[in-house]
Write a protein that binds this ligand. Structure first.
Ligand code: SAH
Length: 270
């Protein structure tokens, strides 16, 4: 029997949620991994939002902790499962990407945790970046490639837009790797668990909107030197030192991007 058909038949028999590919559903079956993920939370933020609890394998290890826990789940079948197995759990039924985060804990900060839906990993991380004032901590599992990208530094082949934007405001740690066979159904890739904790930076020393544009422009043509990659911004880049113009985005750290943004700002203000 094909794998997907076997899972369907098994799930029907046990009353478990049937995995839906379109929702990035890969349920964790190894509870020791769930417990380890739950333990990566520092506990210093009491409000916690879990994204995509599915059948609650990770939730189960969060419930006993002294936390103010809410979960957001898009799949109606999973929501029903959670209501019947965890009656006192606060479940928000909906799409995390559409959720106004201020509405969850009366505008108080929250930690975010999850074995995240891999099909929307980047969107989750961009939303965290945009709401960084409300999200002091993130802990959870992504596909390994994304986890590595987020945690990597300049010069690394995985280093990219999210690495720079997030590391400007978060200390990021790659914790451990999880193989496909501990999920049902197993994903095609390895997974990686990371933690992100807000650093002390409250604001960058430059126009943050322009900073984001510079980082995106730099990496959108990552093989090109900054001289060429930044052309799309239509700003005169001749104010930048030659030494920087001849480098590629993947060679630069947050501070260098801040420096570049500052120089370009003065050019715009002329
Ligand atoms: N945490 C569970 C399930 C992981 S699969 C476990 O470890 O077993 C990813 C989960 O995210 C699924 O339950 C899926 O329905 C949910 N999900 C997918 N897209 C979502 C979205 N936009 N908002 C909230 N939940 C989402």
């Amino acid at each position: 029997m094909k794998n997907s058909r076997r899972y369907k038949a098994e799930n029907k028999a046990t009353g478990e949620v049937q995995a839906k590919k379109a929702l990035g559903q890969h349920f964790l079956t190894d509870e020791s991994v769930a417990a380890r993920i739950a333990d990566t939370l520092s506990g210093s933020t009491t409000n916690v939002l879990e994204i995509g609890p599915g059948m609650g394998v990770l939730t189960k290890y969060l419930i006993p902790k002294p936390l103010n826990l809410k979960v957001v789940e898009i799949d109606g079948e999973s929501v029903e499962y959670l209501h019947s197995h965890y009656p006192s759990l606060e479940v928000v039924e909906g799409d995390f990407l559409q959720l106004p985060l201020e509405s969850l804990f009366a505008s108080e900060p929250m930690a975010i945790i999850g074995n995240f839906p891999y099909n929307i990993s980047s969107q989750i991380l961009f939303k965290v970046f945009e709401n960084r004032h409300l999200v002091p901590e993130v802990a959870g599992m992504f596909q390994k490639e994304v986890a590595e990208r987020v945690a990597s530094g300049p010069g690394n082949k995985d280093y990219g837009i999210l690495s720079v934007l997030l590391s400007a405001f978060y200390d990021i740690e790659y914790c451990f790797t999880v193989p496909p066979h501990v999920f049902n159904p197993p994903p095609k890739v390895n997974s990686g668990v990371i933690t992100m904790r807000r650093n002390a930076v409250t604001a960058l020393e430059c126009d943050e909107k322009l900073f984001v544009k510079v980082v995106k422009a730099g990496f959108n043509q990552r093989r090109k030197t900054l001289r060429n990659a930044l052309r799309v911004l239509q700003i005169d880049t001749s104010v930048l030192p030659e030494e920087l113009l001849s480098k590629r985005a993947e060679q630069l750290g947050v501070e260098e991007f801040v420096g570049i943004t500052k120089c370009l700002e003065s050019e715009i203000c002329k």
